[in-house]
Design a protein. Structure first.
Length: 396
């Protein structure tokens, strides 16, 4: 069985260390390779992905183009993180979804952010707006809560590594027709999205099942807000510190650069958004409607105070990657829309704001470390936000 990863190193005296270490604060820029030219018969020889691979290559020879892409980067001392995936997967012909990562970086960066402990794969189900994230490669047998970083002198030179990431397995994807976007994250570096369509090939499609699924997608099912409203740690109202509302589809987020856990000062993650709304997440006006019970029960106190019910909800998932933890944490938010929805486009759009004290969220204050926070909803993404978690020095 072939190992999913393969590493090659180039250590020459003439090579200059490329890029500062990430902990010094500099990002590694994702690069996209230029697709190869069309062949003589006028058809593209490769798909337009950054690794110049045909869809079939991901199952047959995913490292076919490695040398032609990595060698110019190594010679130029240029750091890059590349991620590619097949555009179409016929689920009745395949039982796996292999994707490919290629990383070129200084030896210091490769050592500081080892791929197996640091690389995170994120998948967004565009049909249902569900976000999943996991370590890109199977973690070690023994989970390490905190990863010590070596203080040994950095070695000059450049290196490269490539990994095959089995997306279906890592994200436990439902093996059914759908549309996904996948991205790869290493610390404060994220690759562009790769669009993946899962579809049936020659297998029979039951029209009654298709109609049932369409009906269920449109049937009202409004979840309760997450986190629940109330108290000083959660607000869904705009204030002077709220980031500006995006002019187009997207999210704007802000957070303190450093949060001290042993003070009473909150660490507020603030955001504003303009995002598509799933039809089942729209709250019908007027009398109580089946499918809105959870939200109405949660909002009862606000209704008693004369505040109106949200017109819709929008899910946003924050994928948090910690410098001293193996694997990501996903904070799933369900946020209210109070303004009237915009129905002028192909999908209804909702706008809203939020402020959440992230100290209440899972694992945020578990260890002193630096967090890289990424937000995902539908095709929109924001981040990374860099937030350091610390405590004040002890006093006698």
């Amino acid at each position: 069985m072939r190992h999913p990863g393969h590493v090659s190193l180039l250590s020459l005296a003439s090579l200059v260390l490329a890029g500062a270490a990430l902990l010094a604060g500099q990002s590694l820029a994702a690069q996209t390779a230029t697709p190869a030219a069309a062949n003589p018969n006028g058809r593209l020889r490769v798909s337009p992905g950054p690794l110049n691979l045909n869809d079939a290559d991901f199952w047959v020879d995913p490292r076919r183009t490695r040398a032609e892409i990595e060698q110019p980067l190594l010679r130029a001392d240029h750091e890059a993180l590349l991620f590619d995936a097949p555009a179409v997967v016929t689920i009745d012909n395949h039982d796996s979804l292999p994707t490919q990562a290629l990383r070129v970086a200084s030896l210091a960066t490769l050592r500081q952010w080892p791929f197996r402990e640091s690389a995170v794969i994120v998948g967004v189900d565009l049909v249902n707006n569900v976000v999943q994230a996991a370590l890109a490669i199977e973690p070690p047998d023994r989970q390490v809560e905190a990863m010590p970083r070596s203080d040994a002198p950095a070695q000059a030179g450049m290196g490269s590594e490539t990994y095959t990431i089995e997306l279906r397995n890592r994200l436990n994807l439902p093996w059914e027709s759908g549309r996904f976007q996948a991205r790869l994250i290493v610390a404060d570096q994220m690759t562009p999205a790769r669009d993946i369509e899962l579809k049936m090939g020659a297998a029979h499609v039951d029209p009654e099942v298709e109609r049932y699924q369409a009906d269920q997608r449109n049937k009202t099912r409004v979840p309760a807000l997450m986190p629940a409203p109330g108290g000083a740690s959660v607000s869904y109202a705009r204030d002077d510190l709220t980031p500006a509302l995006p002019e187009a589809q997207g999210m704007n987020l802000s957070a303190p650069r450093v949060c001290a856990l042993d003070t009473s000062t909150p660490c507020m993650l603030r955001g504003s958004f303009r995002l598509p709304v799933l039809k089942r997440h729209i709250v019908p006006p007027g009398a109580a409607t089946a499918g809105t019970e959870a939200l109405r029960e949660q909002w009862a106190a606000e209704l008693a105070q004369g505040r109106r019910l949200p017109s819709a909800v929008v899910p946003i998932s924050v994928v948090a990657v910690g410098s001293q933890m193996t694997g990501p944490v996903v904070w799933r938010l369900v946020l209210p829309v109070f303004e009237a929805l915009d129905f002028r486009g192909t999908r209804p759009m909702g706008i809203g704001t939020f402020a959440i004290d992230v100290r209440q969220l899972e694992s945020f204050g578990a260890v002193q470390q630096t967090w890289f926070l990424y937000a995902f909803s539908d095709e929109a993404t924001s981040g990374p936000l860099t937030v350091g978690v610390t405590r004040r020095p002890r006093t006698p």
